[in-house]
Design a protein around this ligand. Structure first.
Ligand code: NAD
Ligand code: USQ
Length: 405
């Protein structure tokens, strides 16, 4: 298949591009390197030293003989995206190219607006470009489990059958997202569902849980292919952060009571799920939703697993309950269905098997690169920063998206 990976220089996108290229698909990457710029803006770095995209792809070609094309540009720029779609003619477009940090979207008004414009306009442009140039193309869109929030009932995969005043219907599952970032994903889902209905587009929305780990079979082939491993308070996700904290002797930063429960998956399962979605496309007009995670854990459960794994490496790992900087339920019911990808053949990698190898050992290897000033949370959901005091050139110039709206 001809596969376009939008956001292919990022964490999930890079692992996916290599995985699909290794399977013999013709892969093209679209990326504007925004994520590398956001790292600079925030003064943060991935724990693992990622190489420039051109170097990564040169090494991949030397190792495998496979070429991955790159189109550098911003998906919120419709002229760029339209010409990219015309050039790539993809059978599948996998859309990772969004601002994906909840804390980043909660810094202040400017970051909230940037996140929603970048994500919602990028997806809207992609829908129009597919309709105009490649209407048969299967859109695989990365959504998030956080679209649903934490309702006091079981979470279904996208839709729920409801009975009301003696009538019944199958309707989109209610959405209660917890940040301006998570809200952008809900807005995307609505736009995609609408265009499947009116234009007959075919789409799979993958409501992914929190991803952990950095190694996949392909990334492991060479040091130059190494993937991101973020641990800072803005882009670092909870398990990666805990592993880094454990190896540098920082108490694990459990926010609030730690009963917050989420779905999780190994990056190897991210690429496996995406491959399954490519090989089993949605039908024309279908808007399909899969919940993409393999296990659920509370924050406290993760902390105690990391403590045990740390002990095996001779580390004494402490735990700290910090006031929760987010507005979220700290103790709640959580039971989310996730059988559709299993039905298609997913064989999950379990955290208990990969915690030491794929996480703790990576953290140990690169611990000299840790900046401990990046650990404690500073972004506060209740008190966004007043952005009129500081207008940064960086955000303005990156946000070409603002010009058009
Ligand atoms: P990432 O930040 O590592 O990668 C995103 C990539 O998209 C970056 O390379 C960035 O430069 C690019 N990008 C962003 N905006 C762009 C634009 N306007 N034009 C072109 N390129 C642009 O993020 P990730 O962790 O790989 O996440 C990828 C997707 O998966 C996101 O949509 C995210 O919401 C979703 N997701 C991630 C996780 C996770 O735990 N990492 C969990 C659930 C869902
Ligand atoms: N948490 C802590 N301590 C920390 C960091 C986080 O207790 O040091 C808690 C948070 O309060 C939250 C939970 O851990 O309750 C998860 O936080 P996270 O930062 O790991 O994940 P989140 O902000 O939800 O976002 C990540 C990705 C995002 C993706 C989402 C999937 O950054 O792109 O959409 O996971 S989901 O959570 O299912 O919505």
């Amino acid at each position: 298949m001809k596969i376009a990976v939008l956001g292919g220089d990022g964490y999930c996108g890079w692992a996916t591009a290599l995985h699909l290229s290794a399977r013999g698909h013709a892969v093209s990457i679209v990326d504007n390197y925004a994520r590398r710029q956001w790292d600079e803006e925030l003064g943060v770095q991935t724990l693992t030293p990622i190489r420039p995209l051109a170097e990564r792809l040169r090494v991949w070609k030397e190792l495998t003989g496979n070429t991955i094309e790159v189109l550098v540009g911003d998906v919120t720029d419709y002229d760029f995206l339209a010409s990219a779609m015309e050039a790539m003619e993809p059978d599948v477009a996998i859309h990772f190219a969004e601002q994906r940090s909840a804390p980043y979207s909660m810094i202040d008004r400017q970051h909230a607006a940037f996140t929603q414009v970048n994500n919602v306009v990028g997806t809207l442009n992609l829908l129009f470009a597919i309709r105009e140039f490649q209407p048969e193309c299967h859109l695989i869109k990365l959504g998030t489990m956080g679209e649903y929030g934490t309702p006091n009932i079981d979470i279904e995969e996208g839709y729920i059958e409801i009975q009301h005043n003696g009538r019944k219907d199958v309707l989109p599952f209610p959405k209660q997202p917890g940040s301006f970032y998570h809200l952008s994903k809900v807005h995307d889902s609505h736009n995609i569902m609408f265009t499947c209905k009116i234009w007959g587009l075919r789409a799979t929305d993958l409501n992914q849980g929190v991803v952990y780990g950095t190694m996949t079979d392909e990334v492991a082939l060479d040091e130059a292919l190494i993937n991101r491993f973020d641990y800072d308070e803005i882009f670092g996700t909870v398990l990666n952060r805990f592993c880094v904290q454990a190896v540098i002797g920082h108490p694990l930063t459990v926010y609030g009571r730690g009963g917050q429960t989420r779905g999780f998956l190994d990056i190897r399962d991210t690429v496996g799920c995406i491959e399954l979605a490519c090989l089993n496309p949605a039908a024309p007009g279908e808007f399909r939703v899969f919940n993409q995670f393999t296990e659920q854990f509370s924050v406290l459960e993760l902390a105690s697993m990391v403590q045990v794994a740390g002990e095996k490496l001779g580390l004494k790992v402490k735990l700290d309950h910090l006031p929760d900087p987010r507005v979220e339920a700290e103790q709640h019911y959580y039971h989310a269905k996730h059988s559709k990808l299993m039905d298609l053949g997913l064989k999950p990698h379990l955290l208990s098997e990969s915690l030491l190898d794929s996480l703790m050992n990576i953290a140990m290897t690169h611990r000299h690169r840790v900046d401990s000033a990046l650990i404690l949370p500073k972004v506060n959901w209740r008190e966004p920063r007043n952005d009129r005091r500081r207008a940064t050139g960086t955000l303005r110039s990156m946000a070409g998206a603002f010009d058009g709206v």
